[in-house]
Design a protein around this ligand. Structure first.
Ligand code: ATP
Length: 761
């Protein structure tokens, strides 16, 4: 069991803190005493919110919201309602912009921050060596910061301008086109964000989850195909409920003045969203920030690879929503990070890509995080151990926390479904229990009995617009087929998935030698390099990313047309997630599995899991292959030489370093003859390398063509003198042969005629 956090120890003044806490308790008790109706009847999701003017658990009904205040009317069906919308009006509670607080996009922010940190570290190092240099550097940095500031100001200016442009664009929004959103009864500010994002209608999973999550206050287990908009299926209900709460507080403030401010849980963590990878956490953050644009809700990522100080700085701003990975979250929580351990106001707990969480390397930290959450569902008995973990525990909060568990590949057992229906779930079972299934995980997280199970996965699980195909080949031919796919088939972005980092390194090196620019991404890379690779890939519409399964889940990059499984994944779930990086949000996509002889049984069971006969053999144009193999053979030879060289260099530097570390002077034991031989060999290798490179360059200088293709028709095909002379010689020989053949035939015919003549005489 992990160490217990001590939020109190981080306080500068214990006395002051205790006084604060006591006051907080009173406030929360008052909040608890408010009437609360967490789950509305199933048959009519809106029966309680509609028309009520009472305070229901701090949430406001839509009828209480003055839509005019948002410059947005809810359009009626069929009414082409081209409306002018103005952003000028805003409520008291919606003055602050989230981006003002935590500074722009998650990934970009992380990268910038890391660069700054590196610069700082560099400056520090220099300072030890040369104080003067440090002053210079600082001056330079100051100047740079000033420049950066001016640039930022300029950027803000341009932002203002572009915002102005957006306003103009907003004016052109035909709200009738967005009519399908109306029945979901979302807050006008959220609708506005949706218009801005251009999402014409909710996806099926959003349609199903929003009423249950946002209006009925239910827990939700959601399963739908990859790229079907699950992030907003849990994101919109969270934002909706937080907005409703803010509206309620604002109204109360008008009526009761200070009273309302005292009972509103401001500055506490309201939603904790956990994702399995850093990239996904940053993406979900960006996604939610876009949906929360113009709303007073702060969203912050907490991921490994960023400096802990930076994250603590972000958390000091007391964001309402935190999106993070289990490892870093637990590191901060177990260290007693104040914002993350004061969980009494936590109203939403989300597990995105939940089934990945129970795999090795995640579930222990997740289990510890879950054990810190206040108990739900048992307002009377309060587990003393858990009470200690929280600064304060309010029965109101315990009753109302919603749990969302989402994935494209959740396999729920019939038994678990029955248990959920019967309401016989036991939150926080014995602490010795391990979270080895999604069921246990949900139970432990406090999933309530009336959970809405929304399973929209079809039998095949894979998106409809995804074309699954395969190429059966020998292991050693995979490189050739990959090259062929990228050169002949490659349109739009492509992700090549490998199971091992060794394979990733092998193919990325070969492809680069073959003149194909690829980005790589795997878990052993530095976070900064990972972000950079993602950014570059995102920035190139025909980009190629060679990655391990670290990007298999959740990563949403538009325009990925092809996914190649260079090595088959270990499970059907991973196959679904990998392939799901394409054919997202109703777009087309193609998935190609390279299947070697020893993978056929694995592939057969994959096909069986999806009950999909539609796995097609990838249509290959075999006439390209001789040329492909020629290029590949040269690339392999070059790769071999380069690898050998870099291995030798690494070995040498390792020897030197080791000797240096034990203060050993390395003697040069090589004889003169050996030195001469080594130089000769190096020279020979270099000549060979140059030759191979030239040969390859020659082949790469013209487009890949099938064997039957005549180069006479390629404009600008480059040939050198020797090649032309060879061709000419060949042609002459051919002509000569034909001439001789003709002559022979003529002679033969003449002889025949002669014989016939003699015979007739
Ligand atoms: N209502 C909508 N209409 C159109 N596009 C949408 C809508 N909702 C979300 N999207 C877009 O669809 C894409 C996929 O969404 P999201 O990443 O949430 O999918 P997902 O179901 O979580 O996928 P995965 O299972 O791979 O994690 C995103 O680019 C998102 O912006």
């Amino acid at each position: 069991m992990a160490a217990e956090p001590s939020p109190r120890s981080s306080q500068p003044s214990k006395k002051k803190h205790n006084r604060k806490r006591t006051r907080q308790d009173v406030e929360l008790e008052r909040f608890d005493s408010l009437p609360w109706n967490p789950a509305l009847p199933d048959d009519d999701p809106f029966s309680v919110v509609v028309g009520t003017n009472e305070l229901e658990g701090g949430f406001l009904s839509l009828e209480e919201i003055d839509e005019a205040a948002y410059g947005l009317g809810i359009p009626q069906p069929g009414v082409g309602n081209r409306k002018e919308k103005k952003d000028k009006q805003s409520t008291k509670s919606n003055k602050r912009k989230p981006s003002d607080v935590d500074g722009g996009s998650g990934a970009a922010e992380v990268e910038k921050e890391m660069e700054e940190e590196e610069e700082e570290a560099e400056a520090d190092e220099l300072s030890e060596k040369d104080e003067n240099l440090k002053t210079k550097k600082k001056k330079k940095k100051k100047k740079k910061n000033k420049k950066k500031k001016t640039e930022n100001e300029k950027e803000n200016e341009s932002h203002k301008v572009s915002n102005g442009k957006n306003d103009v664009e907003d004016e052109l929004v035909d709200e009738a086109e967005y009519y399908a959103w109306n029945e979901l009864r979302l807050h006008p500010l959220l609708l506005k964000s949706i218009y801005r994002l251009g999402f014409k209608e909710p996806t099926p999973i959003q349609k199903a989850c929003i009423p249950a999550g946002a209006h009925q206050g239910k827990d939700v287990i959601g399963a739908a195909e990859t790229g079907s908009g699950k992030t907003l299926a849990f994101g919109l209900p969270i934002l909706q409920r937080l907005l409703e709460e803010q509206e309620k507080t604002a109204r109360m403030f008008e009526q009761n003045g200070e009273e309302a401010e005292r009972i509103a849980p401001k500055g506490f963590l309201r939603a904790l969203i956990i994702t399995p990878t850093r990239e996904l956490a940053l993406q979900v953050t960006d996604h939610l920030k876009a949906a929360a644009n113009g709303i007073d809700v702060r969203v912050v990522p907490i991921v490994g690879g960023m400096s802990t100080e930076k994250q603590e700085r972000l958390l000091k701003k007391r964001p309402e929503i935190v999106v993070g990975t289990p490892g870093r979250l637990w590191e901060l929580m177990s260290g007693g990070e104040k914002h993350l351990v004061e969980l009494h106001s936590l109203s939403f707990f989300v597990l995105d890509e939940a089934d990945r969480m129970i795999e090795n390397g995640h579930f222990r930290e997740l289990q510890s995080i879950i054990d810190m959450l206040p108990v739900v569902n048992s307002p009377i008995e309060v587990d003393s151990q858990n009470t200690q973990n929280c600064a304060t525990v309010s029965s109101f909060q315990r009753k109302k926390r919603q749990t969302f568990v989402f994935s494209a590949t959740i396999a729920l057992s019939a038994d678990f479904r029955k248990k959920l229906k019967r309401g016989s779930l036991k939150p926080k079972q014995s602490l010795t229990d391990e979270l080895n299934s999604i069921e246990k995980l949900s139970e432990r997280a406090g999933m309530r009995a009336n959970v809405a199970i929304i399973d929209l996965t079809s039998a095949s699980i894979l998106p409809d617009k995804l074309e699954d195909s395969f190429i059966e080949c020998r292991e050693e031919d995979k490189d050739a087929y990959l090259y062929y796919i990228l050169r002949v088939h490659g349109q739009g972005r492509t992700i090549v998935f490998c199971t091992s980092i060794a394979a990733l390194r092998h193919i990325s090196s070969l492809l680069r030698i073959l003149g194909i620019n690829v980005w790589t991404l795997h878990a052993q890379m530095q976070q900064r390099a990972r972000l950079k690779a993602m950014d570059r890939f995102r920035g190139n519409e025909h980009g190629i990313l060679v990655a391990t399964d670290v990007v298999a889940r959740g990563i949403d990059i538009p325009g990925v047309r092809t996914v190649v499984h260079y090595q088959l994944p270990h499970s059907a779930e991973v196959y679904v997630h990998r392939s799901g990086r394409t054919a997202r949000a109703s777009a087309d996509g193609c998935s190609i599995a390279l299947v070697s002889a020893n993978e056929t049984s694995k592939f057969a069971s994959l096909c069986k899991s999806f009950s999909k006969e539609s796995f097609q053999s990838f249509p290959l144009e075999h006439s390209y292959m001789p040329e492909v193999l020629k290029r590949l053979s040269l690339a392999r030879q070059i790769d071999k030489i380069l690898r050998k060289d870099s291995k030798e260099k690494a070995k040498k530097s390792w020897l030197e370093q080791s000797a240096e570390s034990v203060e050993l002077v390395m003697d040069d034991y090589d004889s003169e003859e050996e030195i001469v031989n080594s130089i000769k060999q190096k020279k020979a290798t270099s000549v060979q390398l140059n030759k191979l490179q030239q040969e390859l360059n020659m082949l790469l200088s013209h487009p890949l063509q099938p064997r039957t293709f005549s180069h006479r028709y390629v404009a600008g095909v480059h040939m050198d003198g020797k090649e032309i002379a060879d061709k000419r010689r060949n042609m002459d020989n051919l002509r000569k042969k034909r001439k001789e053949e003709k002559k022979r035939m003529k002679d033969q015919r003449r002889k025949q005629r002669k014989r016939l003549k003699m015979g007739s005489e």
